[in-house]
Design a protein around this ligand. Structure first.
Ligand code: SF4
Length: 328
């Protein structure tokens, strides 16, 4: 179990190991690909995990339609449409229409704001939308506004967008990235969301990544030890009311629970990632995760090693690996 707030910044280079996974994975009827329309977004999250590469900002419509055809030709049957904010892409409706024409169903990873527009959620369902992950980082308007880089109107749109999706019968998973501003409110967040949307909603709590263009934001300067108590209490509360919870980028030892369900970065079980620059290469998500994650040498003996995502190399280099305690 992690010691609470006692870990020094790591001075020497810790010895790290990586998981080896195959660099290719066949497409099957059960495969799901992440499909990015571009990094353009109408939120301004200071912790944004996107790359910030100008060439990745807004993939042109013709190219996106070509990619849908290519995915269908590979045998892909399902994608998770993502961004940036995919609904703000001018080609959004053309892309989802083409997905339907090629026999692909789709889920979405969104900030939810566009769904506040009258009729948008219903039209998306008509065009094949199956599930939605919506980022709501706090139920407290001022905190949500700061973490998502939106105004009070923007926060209101997020809430109204989730209302509309739930009203349209779309299964919704809320995504909360832990920061120094919201981790103490987790239990209140749970109670607030259940009071508003009931027990059907699923909740996902993510440990922040420092890899993207917002990686230097002080609000995500967290250690697992900083959030352990709140996350454990959150999990216990969810289980007490039978609400489905998920964690992302949490080694099980970070909450001292070897059974911890960890979605890593593939929130809807994506198996593949479509190269968002070339559009003609599929990478196994497991391989990408293995490239990004690392482990302490002692992890070899841990009973949770098989399902553990490890931690980012940046985290291990900064804080060391002493806090990771193998389950025996
Ligand atoms: S494998 Fe390592 S990081 Fe993962 S739960 Fe076990 S001790 Fe923790």
């Amino acid at each position: 179990m992690l010691g609470k707030m006692t870990l020094p910044v790591h001075q020497s280079r810790p010895r790290l190991m990586r998981r080896r996974t195959p660099p290719t994975l066949p497409v099957t009827a059960r495969s799901i690909s992440l499909f990015r329309l571009g990094e353009a977004c109408n939120n301004h999250c200071p912790m944004c995990s996107n790359s910030g590469r100008p060439e990745a900002w807004l993939t042109p419509q013709d190219e996106l339609l070509k990619r849908v055809d290519w995915l269908a030709a590979q045998g892909m049957k399902r994608v998770v449409v993502t961004g940036g904010e995919p609904t703000s892409h001018p080609a959004f409706w053309s892309v989802v229409k083409r997905l339907g024409e090629r026999g692909l169903v789709w889920d979405i990873n969104s900030n939810g704001r566009t769904f506040a527009q009258i009729g948008f959620a219903d039209r998306a369902v008509d065009e094949g939308l199956q599930r939605a992950i919506i980022s709501l980082h706090s139920h407290i308007p001022e905190v949500s506004q700061e973490i998502s880089g939106v105004t009070a109107k923007g926060h209101g749109e997020i809430i109204a967008g989730i209302d509309a999706l739930v009203g349209a019968g779309v299964p919704v998973m809320l995504n909360l990235v832990l920061t120094t501003l919201n981790h103490r409110h987790l239990r209140d967040y749970l109670n607030w969301t259940v009071a508003r949307w009931g027990h059907e909603i699923e909740l996902k709590v993510c440990f922040p990544t420092t890899v993207g263009r917002g990686g230097g934001w002080p609000g995500i300067e967290l250690r697992y030890a900083d959030v352990q108590d709140e996350v454990r209490a959150f999990v216990e509360d969810c289980e007490a009311i039978n609400l489905t919870w998920h964690l992302e980028s949490f080694p099980p030892c970070a909450i001292d629970d070897p059974r911890a369900r960890n979605m890593s970065r593939s929130g809807f079980g994506e198996t593949h990632y479509l190269d968002d620059l070339t559009g003609d290469r599929l990478y196994p998500i497991a391989h990408i995760e293995a490239e990004l994650g690392c482990y302490a040498e002692t992890c070899r003996t841990c009973q949770a090693f098989g399902t553990c995502p490890g931690v980012s190399e940046a985290y291990a280099r900064r804080w060391g690996t002493e806090e990771f305690k193998p389950f025996r």
